[in-house]
Design a protein around this ligand. Structure first.
Ligand code: NAD
Length: 347
């Protein structure tokens, strides 16, 4: 069964491609390589790769029809949509860039799918990567899916709008979707041949590694006067392979809805570990795992950082039977560090 993975040359996408292969799906990666890594797809994952943009409706419609000479793969039966820009700070400085890429281009992609489903009376469902950033400042923690969504930056809004499209298209066109709201993706495949490689990097764990390796002089901790035990922000870190597993479960859930032809509401799931760690705690854990001292300084708060974001993933457990396999933060850091060392030729 072929699955189109948009953004599959990126961090979470590449791990999901591997998980799909392990479950005997045939993933096909579509990525415009603005941030992705072609070699990861063609050399480490060994799956068909198409360099292209999600907004290219000719390309998408040909792919869906199975007219894809590049891959000689059979027609596509499901889509996982990771492709997006995901830098919160950049989205505040340049919202148009985010609304164009994440919203307008996703709309083009969804239109292609709806059109194809209509003309072929077929059922191609979609799994969409959303984010806990759509909650803004949550009303209650741990955060469950019924928390009010009130994003506090254009990145969060861009994901919110696509969630809305999926709701409307489910009702009007019967488009079937699962929406995953991830908390902080972290870690790497234990094989350490794929992992996180963002440029620029904004995620805490790899940023700490950058200080250890000397790429960065010092780590800036944004605020130590939050209402938390040590004053720094608390986040929920979820292993990237656990996220990948959830996508397989999400796809299978959708395939089981095949006979429901009427209106469909997206099924929404938070994906997190259900445990929070403060920035200072993460620094300590990284120090423990790597045996290195980390040079950091307190900087002023960043705009729009909620003090505590911790997921309740009970719904994913109850409905999908999903549970994180790599719960310990030490293990998440260990996998991330092994990959970082290999990727940066550190012995
Ligand atoms: N990393 C996290 O902690 C996190 C948390 C919540 C949500 N998410 C969401 O998960 C998804 C994947 O995140 P990631 O960390 O793997 O990001 P990533 O940047 O590593 O991967 C995204 C990929 O999408 C590609 N892409 C972007 N726009 C495209 C377009 N118009 N057409 C084709 N390809 C395009 C990029 O080249 C990149 O390879 C994103 O949608 C992100 O918003 C990530």
């Amino acid at each position: 069964m072929s699955i189109l993975v948009t953004g599959g040359a990126g961090y979470i996408g590449s791990h999901t491609v591997r998980a799909l292969k392990k479950k005997n799906f045939n993933p096909i990666v579509l990525d415009n390589l603005v941030y992705g890594h072609e070699k990861i797809v063609t050399e480490r994952l060994n799956v068909p790769f198409i360099e292209g943009d999600i907004s290219d409706q000719n390309l998408i419609s040909n792919l869906l029809k199975g007219n894809n000479l590049l891959t000689k793969e059979s027609k596509i039966e499901g889509i996982i949509h990771f492709a997006a820009y995901a830098y919160v700070g950049e989205s505040i400085k340049n919202p148009i860039k985010y609304y164009k890429n994440n919203v307008e281009k996703s709309l083009n992609l969804l239109e292609s799918i709806v059109q194809f489903n209509k003309n072929s009376a077929q059922f191609i469902p979609i799994v969409f990567s959303s984010t806990c950033a759509t909650y803004g400042y949550p009303q209650k923690v741990p955060i469950s899916e019924d928390n009010i969504q009130n994003p506090i930056n254009p990145y969060g809004w861009s994901k919110f709008f696509v969630e809305r499209f999926l709701k409307d298209f489910g009702e009007s066109y019967g488009l079937k979707s699962v929406i995953f709201r991830y908390f902080n993706a972290a870690g790497a495949d234990p094989s350490s041949d794929i992992g996180e490689d963002h440029n620029p990097e904004t995620h805490l764990i790899p940023l700490i590694f950058d200080v250890i390796s000397g790429k960065k002089e010092i780590l800036e901790v944004f605020g130590d006067d939050y209402p938390t035990l040590d004053g720094t922000c608390i986040r929920d870190y979820i292993h990237v392979n656990d996220l990948a597993d959830a996508h397989i479960k999400g796809l299978n859930f959708l395939f089981n809805q095949k006979n429901k032809l009427k209106g469909f509401s997206p099924e929404i799931f938070n994906l997190g570990n259900g445990k929070g760690f403060s920035v200072k705690e993460v620094i300590e854990k990284v120090s423990l795992v790597t045996g290195k001292k980390i040079n950091y300084k307190i900087a002023k708060r960043r705009e729009g950082d909620p003090p505590v974001l911790i997921s309740s993933s009970d719904k994913a457990f109850d409905i999908l039977g999903w549970e994180p396999r790599y719960k310990e933060i030490e293990l998440i850091i260990e996998h991330a560090w092994k990959w970082y060392c290999r990727n940066n030729s550190i012995n």
